[in-house]
Design a binder for this molecule. Sequence first.
Ligand code: GDP
Ligand code: IMO
Ligand code: MG
Length: 463
Amino acid sequence: MERRISGTSRSFPTGRFARSEEARLMPSVIVVGCQWGDEGKGKIVDYLSAQADYVVRYQGGSNAGHTIRVGDQTYRLRLLPSGVIHRKKVVIANGVVVDPEVLLKEISDLKSKGFNPDLSLSDRAHITLSYHLLLDAAEEEFKGSLRSGTTMRGIGPTYTDKAARYGIRTSDLLDPEILGQKISQNAILKQKVLSQVYGSSAQISEDDLLVTCKKYGDELRKYIVDTSIVINGALDAGKRVLFEGAQGLLLDVDHGVYPFGTSSNTAAGAACTGAGVGPTRIDEIIGVVKAYTSRVGAGPLPTELTDDTGSRLQEKGKEFGTVTGRRRRCGWLDAVALRYASRVNGLTGIALTKLDTLAGFNPVKICMEYKADGQRISDQPSSVRVYSKCVPFYEEMKGWPDLSESEWATIAKKGYDALPKEAKDYVAKIETIARVPVKIVSIGEMRDATINRLGVWKTSFKI
Ligand code: GDP
Ligand code: IMO
Ligand code: MG
């Protein structure tokens, strides 16, 4: 980081080297989930947005549910970047799959609350249509025990179309000729797949789809631009850009617990391809880590607790899916997953959330390794068969006392040193596991219940 900062501007006063001194300190930060999603990315992105100029979503779609709590308001965002609550410029970049129905509703809901999103929507983003939702349901049923328990938002089928080159992009909505060809092709194909492969009685109407897409085009036209130009231009001008990940590493289509994940790359690298920025432009990667594990949907979860402790975590943490309302499965922190997430994402720091929820549990446990088939396993296995046999090997730590909301608020004001000693020991343990500093500690749902321990935008340090 420092290497790049020193001695660059004087000899090359144009382009990316023309950034101002201040902006050159961490102008671009990626925030990613390090577990199975719902780590609190929305809260952390909202918190960091205060100092950002642009906030960018770059993968996933309306399967995401990012919660922000400010004052007496709760915002649950599925497509708009969380920076919208701080009234920052927001970008939905090319890597996101966009359900226009969800996006338009989200915009109108926010408008009714007094926000007017300053949105740029990529001309290359793929759109989710009604047949993607039908296919999502049909595929899940067909997969049986290998289904991942999707959010039913058409995410898999939309990314499938993108890779198979059947997809419809936002710019196609504005081009009647290409739109007509693509809709016709998709209406025929999807009807056949739905009725002949999956035995569905659903009827797909090409005419209805065309009318709907025309409406989407008319309503979204004003937002559609080449967002790579917007983002790179912002970085050239020394603006601060925050990249907001969705889902979490263990749901990544390559690195997650395949096939029990989502259909996009959720790892930090996806911010570059998903937003059209080069890897050289990224300064910091903050991994959001929940102090324990939660998982909504199907698939093996080694540290899952099906006992009283699991229920207590679920209840105390109010662990219900933001998008589907499903109960989230809960368990102890998994250090194998955390080490893996730190490595694959190339983290420079961690934002640790829900330290307040874990308070009152004594002892607290961390899974340091797994055991399967008589072997010790310390790296994430690729085989889901092996993974489903993994039994956690726990290390115990002394817990810290439960405190009232106002006591946590006082700690947030006083700063990191005011945390109970055992909680700080837990933070130190996480740093040792992930080999990066915990820069932010979150101790409540509210925006203010956050300790900016090491200043994400200002400093960089390695332990
Ligand atoms: P995301 O998908 O990663 O943005 O996370 P979600 O919003 O789906 O789920 C995280 C939940 O935890 C939300 O209800 C947040 O309001 C809440 N939350 C985030 N950080 C904290 C924290 O430090 N303490 C508590 N008690 N709740 C938190
Ligand atoms: P955020 O951004 C938690 C899970 C689903 C399912 C699998 C595939 O809020 O953290 P999909 O609909 O993507 O095809 O579902 O991934 N999943 C999430 N779990 N948080 C999310 O997003 C998720 N997005 C998808 O439950 O198991
Ligand atoms: Mg969520």
